[in-house]
Design a protein around this ligand. Structure first.
Ligand code: EPZ
Length: 434
C-alpha cells in the first residue's frame, strides 16, 4: 500500500450535489487487463485508462518485467511485451497487492515466476492460498522461500478442474490468465462473478483465448498455444459510480451519471431505493434524486452480485445520517471497519459487534480532522464531510488517489466545496485549532 499521502482534502459541508458527471473506467478492470498484456508478444492497446496511483504502479511493474509501455494519447496505452522477466519484486507487490496478477501470465508464458509475498493490509489479512492452490492444480510446483513465492512448471501448465473454496476476485482472474496458455481445458468452479472478470475474459478472447462462462460460477478456459495483441476499452468503474450515487443521497442531491453500466449497480441501487432515494436508469445513464433524510437499512457485503464491500464504508457514512438504526455487516474482509472510529469523531453513533456495525443515525454530522486508513475509507470520509456541518479535513489523500481518478474534481463539478491543501498548511491549521 502507498503511504498515506502528504496532503489533505478540505471539505466544507452543506452543498447539495446537483448536475451530471461522467464515470471513469474501472481500476479493478484495468489492473488485470494490463497483467494480461504480458501473455502476448503482440502489441496491446488499452483505451481510456484512468490516471491513478495504482495504474502507475502497475506500469512500473510491467516496465520492471521488460514490457514497453507508452502513452500514445491521453489515457491510451500501447504495451508490447516482446520479452518478459520472471520476477515481480517485493517493493512493488508490497505497494499494490494486485501486482500478484502478473503471476498467472508469467507462469503461463515462461513456465516459472517468482513474486514477493504481500503482507496483510489496512483492510485485514489477505492470503493468496487460493491463487497458489490453483497454480498447483495446473501442474506448477509452488514453494515459499525468503518472503517470495516461486512457481515452476518447466513442461508448461496443463488444464485442470479447480474448485475455489471462496470466489476470490483476483484469484479467479489469476487462474484464468494462467489457464489461457495451458494445454487442455480448465474449469474454475465457485469462480468470482464480478464484471471485471467478464471484462478480462472478453479482452483475452479478443487476443485469441477461449474463455467462456465468465460472470457465472463456472468458468471454462480452453488453452491455446499463443495469444495475439488486441485493443480494448475497460468497463466503467461501478465503485466510483456507487460512491457518487451515495454522495448524492447524503446531500439530498439530484444527479446524473453518464458512461455507466446500470446492471453492475443493482445491489447499491436497490439499497439506495430502500433508503428512500429515487433512482432510475436510461441507456448508459443513472439518475438519483434524494428528497429527504434517508431511512435506515441493513446492509451485508457479499461477492458480486451482492452488495460490494468496496462501497461498504461509503454506505456506512450515509447510514450515519439516516433515520433509525441500521446494521452494516462486512463479510468479505476481516478488518474493513477502519472508517468507523473516524466517523465517530464526526459525531456518528456507531457500535461495532464483531463484523457488524450498528449505526444509529444522527440528523447531522459535524466536521473534524480525520484520517483515511485505505482507499474506500477515505472516500467515505469525504462523503461524510459533504453532509457535515463545518469543515472536514481528510488526511491521507494519497489513499484516495490510488483508486479514484478525480473524486474531488467530480464532486466539485456537482457543486461540492472541496479542495486539496498541502500538509504544511494542515499542520498550521491543526496547531491553530488546538
Ligand atoms: C478484489 O480484491 C479487489 N481488488 C478489491 O478491491 C475488492 O474489495 C475485492 O476483490 C472483493 O470484491 C482488485 O480487483 C484489484 P478477494 P481481491 O480475493 O481479489 C479471501 C479496492 O478497494 N481470500 O476476492 O484481493 C480474502 O482474504 C480493492 O478497490 C483468501 O482467503 O479480493 C478475503 O477475505 C480492495 N485466499 C476474501 O477472500 C485467497 O487466496 C475476498 O478476497 C484469496 C482471497
Amino acid at each position: 500500500m502507498t503511504e498515506g499521502g502528504a496532503e489533505r482534502l478540505l471539505v466544507r459541508g452543506g452543498s447539495r450535489l446537483t448536475g451530471s458527471v461522467a464515470v471513469h473506467t474501472a481500476k479493478n478492470a484495468v489492473l488485470p487487463l494490463r497483467a494480461a498484456s504480458l501473455l502476448s508478444r503482440g502489441p496491446v492497446r488499452l483505451r481510456a485508462v484512468p490516471d491513478l496511483a495504482d495504474v502507475a504502479t502497475m506500469r512500473a511493474l510491467l516496465g520492471e518485467l521488460g514490457a514497453e509501455v507508452r502513452e500514445v494519447a491521453p489515457g491510451e496505452l500501447a504495451i508490447r511485451a516482446a520479452d518478459v522477466a520472471d520476477e515481480a519484486p517485493y517493493a512493488l507487490v508490497r505497494r499494490m497487492r494486485a501486482s500478484l496478477l502478473v503471476m498467472g501470465p508469467l507462469l503461463a508464458r515462461l513456465g516459472r515466476v517468482r513474486a514477493g509475498l504481500p503482507g496483510g493490509c489496512a483492510i485485514g489479512g489477505r492470503p493468496i492460498d487460493l491463487h497458489l492452490k490453483g497454480f498447483a492444480a495446473l501442474g506448477a510446483e509452488v514453494s515459499l522461500r525468503g518472503g517470495y513465492v516461486e512457481a515452476r512448471a518447466p513442461g508448461g501448465l496443463r488444464g485442470a478442474r479447480i474448485y475455489l473454496d471462496y470466489p476470490s476476485h483476483t484469484g479467479t482472474e489469476n487462474l484464468i490468465l494462467a489457464a489461457a496458455l495451458a494445454r487442455g481445458q480448465t474449469l474454475i468452479e465457485n469462480a468470482a462473478e464480478e464484471p471485471e472478470v467478464v471484462d478480462l475474459a472478453g479482452f483475452l478472447n479478443a487476443m485469441g483465448a477461449r474463455v467462456s462462462g465468465a460472470g457465472t460460477p463456472v468458468v471454462r478456459v480452453d488453452g491455446v498455444p499463443e495469444l495475439r495483441g488486441a485493443e480494448w476499452t475497460p468497463i466503467p468503474d461501478r465503485i466510483e459510480a456507487g460512491t457518487l450515487l451515495i454522495a448524492a443521497a447524503l446531500t439530498r442531491g439530484e444527479i446524473e451519471l453518464t458512461g455507466v453500466v446500470a446492471q453492475h449497480l443493482q445491489a447499491v441501487v436497490a439499497k439506495l431505493r430502500e433508503t428512500g432515494a429515487e433512482v432510475w436508469q436510461e441507456q448508459g445513464r443513472v439518475f438519483l434524486v434524494a428528497r429527504r433524510r434517508p431511512a435506515a437499512v441493513d446492509v451485508k457485503t457479499l461477492p458480486y452480485p451482492g452488495f460490494p464491500n468496496d462501497l461498504q464504508p461509503q454506505m456506512t457514512a450515509l447510514l450515519a445520517t439516516a433515520e433509525g438504526i441500521a446494521t452494516v455487516t462486512e463479510t468479505v474482509f476481516d478488518n474493513r471497519l477502519g472508517h468507523i472510529d473516524e466517523l465517530r469523531r464526526m459525531g456518528a453513533s456507531i457500535r461495532v459487534e464483531g463484523r457488524t456495525a450498528l449505526v444509529t443515525g444522527v440528523p447531522r454530522l459535524s466536521g473534524a480532522p480525520v484520517q483515511a486508513s485505505d482507499l474506500r475509507a477515505g472516500a467515505a470520509l469525504v462523503l461524510a464531510g459533504l453532509a457535515a456541518a463545518g469543515e472536514t479535513e481528510v488526511h491521507g489523500r494519497g489513499h484516495i488517489e490510488r483508486g479514484y481518478a478525480d473524486l474531488p474534481g467530480q464532486l466539485r463539478s456537482l457543486g461540492a466545496d472541496i479542495e486539496a491543501a498541502p500538509l504544511a498548511e494542515a499542520v498550521r491549521t491543526l496547531g491553530g485549532n488546538a
